[in-house]
Write a protein that binds this ligand. Structure first.
Ligand code: SF4
Length: 357
């Protein structure tokens, strides 16, 4: 099995922050420019607050990667600006090949994507041909093209449960922590790729226990890309969207959040009376690579969105036709599975109704 050495990847330094006056001026001018160019901005939950503010001010969208791609596809604008990381731009390009899919920063990567190079993954899949290949959305278009099924963190458990009940052997890639969380909750034993998200991998259980002692009334909310010792301490484990909704549903007023702090913007907008505390990443005196904010998401800036709108051709992201057509099959299975799960209410009900994706 290919075990990526993510200690060698280059972590970009974020750009210098803008002043509030600069932010306000950019938001006003970019809102106009987006409209003039028949363009919309779709931003990931982990982007900086000013990017999310622009998405809202200009009538764009904030969400997770799949919600972003779906919204961009269903919107009438010809040009879609994707503020996120490369695999998100590729997913938007797969779902909307007729549109201009533009990224402010084409070098915005993701450690899960970097940790699953398609050549090595293709070789691995070839060596295990009898397995169903399930990959997380946080992968390149070429890796999605190798997969039978794509999943997001909000539906990964159910998809694996479904395949496991059908008796399939499963390859899981690329996140090792999400993979082991799924195994524990479904009973499936999978062949697991060993990459990780550098943001969630850094959350520390010991420091979290100390923090919880200081805030015994706080609920611990954890994304399943976090290490097992951290998910085991959680009051709630779920995708970023699920954490956002759970904060509104739970009786607590205080929350310790183990995911990217970019989500604080949307949570506090929806629930301004809640107190949010970032989960600790390094323990006392230690250093962290991300400090709970993705270094590649940080690369999306208002000046770069401005530049991209003036030079669409230089910021366009494309996926070749063959890769796109193959990746679309596994992505469509995700959409199909999600729609059927909603319709039948549970994996078992789907299987009883003989729904086979
Ligand atoms: S937060 Fe983690 S999973 Fe998300 S883009 Fe950054 S490195 Fe990738």
């Amino acid at each position: 099995m290919f075990i990526p050495d993510l200690s060698k990847i280059a972590i970009p330094k974020g750009p210098a922050p803008l002043t509030q006056m600069q932010i306000d001026e950019y938001i006003a001018s970019l809102t106009k420019k987006l409209h003039d160019k028949n363009a919309v901005l779709i931003a990931h939950y982990y982007t900086n607050p000013e990017i999310q503010k622009l998405a809202q001010a200009s009538g764009g969208f904030i969400g997770d990667s799949l919600e972003m791609a779906r919204w961009g596809r269903d919107n009438s604008a010809k040009t879609v600006i994707v503020a996120g990381v490369r695999f998100m731009g590729e997913t938007a390009a797969i779902l909307s090949p007729e549109k201009n899919i533009i990224m402010p920063e084409l070098t915005a990567e993701c450690s899960l994507d970097l940790g699953c190079p398609h050549e090595e993954f293709a070789k691995f899949c070839k060596e295990h041909k009898e397995y169903a290949v399930v990959v997380y959305a946080n992968t390149s278009a070429k890796v999605k093209a190798l997969a039978d099924y794509v999943v997001t963190s909000s539906i990964a458990l159910e998809m694996v449960e479904y395949l496991h009940l059908l008796g399939k052997k499963i390859i899981w890639a690329p996140d090792r922590h999400l993979g082991s969380y799924i195994e524990e909750h479904t009973g499936a034993k999978m062949l697991r790729w060993q990459a990780h998200c550098i943001v969630h991998d850094e959350f520390k259980a010991n420091a979290l226990a100390e923090l919880k002692e200081q805030h015994p009334d706080a609920a611990i909310m954890v994304h399943p890309e976090s290490p097992e010792a951290v998910t085991k301490m959680a009051d709630f484990v779920g995708s970023t969207s699920q954490i956002l909704h759970a904060v509104g549903d739970m009786p607590n007023k205080k929350f310790i959040i183990a995911t990217d702090t970019g989500i604080f913007y949307k949570i506090l907008q929806a629930y301004p009376d809640r107190e949010l505390i970032p989960a600790p990443t390094g323990g006392a005196g230690a250093t962290c690579q991300s400090c709970a904010h993705c270094p590649w998401m940080r690369l999306n800036t208002l000046p770069l969105i401005d530049k991209a709108l003036d030079n669409l051709a230089d910021h366009r992201i494309t996926v070749d036709v063959e890769t796109r057509e193959r990746a679309l099959v596994s992505l469509n299975r995700l959409l199909d599975f999600s729609a059927n799960l909603k319709k039948y209410g549970s994996v078992e009900a789907m299987i009883n109704a003989r729904v086979f994706i």
